[in-house]
Design a protein around this ligand. Structure first.
Ligand code: NAD
Length: 510
């Protein structure tokens, strides 16, 4: 987590922007006396100080959401859908402004930041269909005079805790379906790049969302722990690293909450000997190094099967010098910095570790990182990686691509299936039968066939298996709607007017 600086809050804020909470429809400066630094990673300088919430501040946000729920759940489906359309229009109109906010705090290049907003927009667009998505079922005459029907109702106040790597899109995965379903929302975004969240809050207000339906509390473990124990929060969606996902799931469910907690990943891309090598190399390069490898669906490991390995590694290596690393605001830059200095150093430490443990360092990103104070690391490629090495076992979450060489398809699938993570995986082949067998065999939640990053479109749901997801509901899409609602089944009997003894006040016609 972001280290809380020793300096007083006022000192920290000198010359930097203060990033405050959003509670009950307005910006609320923090009162805890604690704040965390926010950097522009491309220049390596602190640009902001984010307020870190106390227990009382989380309580204030939950109280605002609880109060707003009383009237929000009564708003008609037609009005809620109209509001989602308004939100969609505004986000679309301002997507470039949003992308800029992401680039200067996260570091990803502008085109990638724009892609993030666009993928988030898809989820908002899905939520525009909320009247259809919340339709129940009806069984007439289940028994004589008895009808049975089901309805979906919102849960109440729900919370989202999100990671640094998609500061706009991952919250959209949560708040868009949650509020469309009639819930009110408390967001605890990453404290590393928090500015997208108050920006979103203002936009939602401008779109017409009533005050208190969407709230933001910035913070660290103090805020997260309060969210997990708060008696007025019904459900928690979490996206982040596996150890914290496990903690959030265990703590939240113990407190009686519904929890979906998406964790880390180690996504393997299998390349079979019959694959188109250029296509596979292009895919591996863009999926491994895009967003500096800070994507939970990044390809971080290539499994080269049989004699494809030499040609594939050469093809990947040839492409690396062409990747321009620099400030993501510059038009021709393809890869930006890592999010913090500490993270960059941790990622870089795997390069020596890999070599010491017997892997071959084909490209060393430390040698190609741009000069200056920015948190840069160039692209790295490590060949001959085996499962007991740290570069294989750990989620590095940076621009480091590992390669393992195996003899057969079965060995490749075993490697994927024995890995503790099961987020995404992909196979590159020209053989449809093998691809079909792969989708049957592989233990991962999202599978690509000649597609390196198989993030599901918004009308399917997103989620991994094994240590990549705790809980039984995937996020957004149909499972997102199911997560944010609970079912109620009504069994009703109305007396037959022909036989009823009740005076109806008008003649019986039957
Ligand atoms: P992180 O786990 O450090 O932080 C995620 C959230 O948890 C943040 O809001 C943070 O403030 C909070 N947090 C951190 N430490 C905590 C603690 N000790 N107690 C309570 N709360 C704590 O993750 P990150 O570094 O922000 O994001 C990167 C990770 O997220 C990677 O592991 C990546 O794979 C994962 N991720 C997964 C998905 C997915 O869909 N599975 C998507 C995006 C990111």
């Amino acid at each position: 987590m972001t280290e809380v600086l020793d300096r007083s809050v006022d000192e920290q804020r000198e010359g930097v922007a203060r990033i405050s909470h959003w509670i009950g429809g307005r910006l609320v400066p923090g009162t805890s006396g604690r704040s965390g630094p926010v950097y522009n990673p491309a220049i390596g300088e602190q640009t902001g100080a984010v307020d870190l919430a106390s227990v009382e501040e989380v309580d204030a946000a939950v109280a605002a959401a609880k109060e707003a729920f009383v009237s929000w759940r009564k708003v008609s489906l037609a009005k809620r859908a109209e509001l989602m359309f308004n939100i969609r229009e505004l986000v679309h109109e301002r997507r470039e402004e949003a992308a800029r906010i992401l680039t200067v705090e996260h570091g990803k290049v502008l085109s990638d930041a724009l892609g993030e907003v666009t993928r988030g927009l898809e989820v908002i667009e899905f939520a525009c269909g909320i009247p259809t998505l919340l339709k129940g079922e009806f069984s007439e005459q289940a028994s004589t005079g008895i009808d049975v029907y089901s309805i979906c109702q919102p849960l109440g106040v729900v919370a989202g805790i999100t990671p640094f790597n998609f500061p706009a899109m991952v919250p959209m995965w949560m708040w868009a379906p949650a509020i469309a379903c009639g819930n009110t929302f408390v967001l605890k975004p990453s404290e590393k790049d928090p500015s997208a969240s108050p920006w979103t809050a203002e936009l939602l207000k401008e779109a017409g969302l009533p005050d208190g339906v969407f709230n933001v509390v910035h913070g660290d473990k103090v805020a997260v722990d309060r969210v997990l124990e708060h008696p007025d929060i019904s459900a928690v969606s979490f996206v982040g690293s596996t150890p914290i996902a496990r903690y959030v799931y265990e703590t939240g469910t113990k407190a009686g909450k519904r929890v979906q907690a998406l964790g880390g990943a180690k996504n393997h891309m299998i390349v079979l000997p019959d694959a188109d090598i250029d296509m596979a190399a292009d895919a591996a390069v863009s999926a491994a190094y895009g967003s500096a490898g800070e994507r939970c669906m990044a390809v971080s490991h290539v499994v080269a099967v049989g004699d494809v390995a030499d040609g594939l590694v050469t093809a990947i290596k040839e492409r690396l010098p062409k990747i321009k690393v620099g400030n993501g605001l510059e038009a021709d830059v393809e890869m930006g910095p890592l999010v913090t200095r500490e993270h960059r150093d941790k990622v870089a430490s795997y390069l020596d570790k890999g070599r010491e443990q017997g892997a071959t360092l084909v490209a060393d990103g430390r040698e190609t990182a741009p000069e200056g104070k920015g948190f840069f690391l160039g692209v790295s490629l490590i060949d001959d990686v085996t499962p007991e090495m740290d570069v294989y076992k750990d989620e590095i979450f940076g621009p480091v691509l590992g390669v393992s060489r195996v003899g057969t398809y079965d060995e490749a699938v075993r490697l994927v299936n024995e890995n503790p993570y099961g987020n995404g995986t992909a196979i590159f082949t020209r053989d449809g039968g093998v691809a079909r067998q792969f989708q049957f065999d592989v233990q991962a939640g999202m599978v690509g066939v000649n597609v390196p990053i198989p993030v599901p479109v918004a009308y399917y749901s997103f989620g991994g298996w094994k240590a990549s997801l705790f809980g039984d509901k995937h996020i957004y899409g149909p499972e997102g709607i199911s997560f944010y609602t609970r079912g109620k089944v009504v069994t009703s009997r109305w007396p037959d007017p022909a036989t009823s003894k009740v005076d109806l006040g008008f003649p019986r016609t039957r």
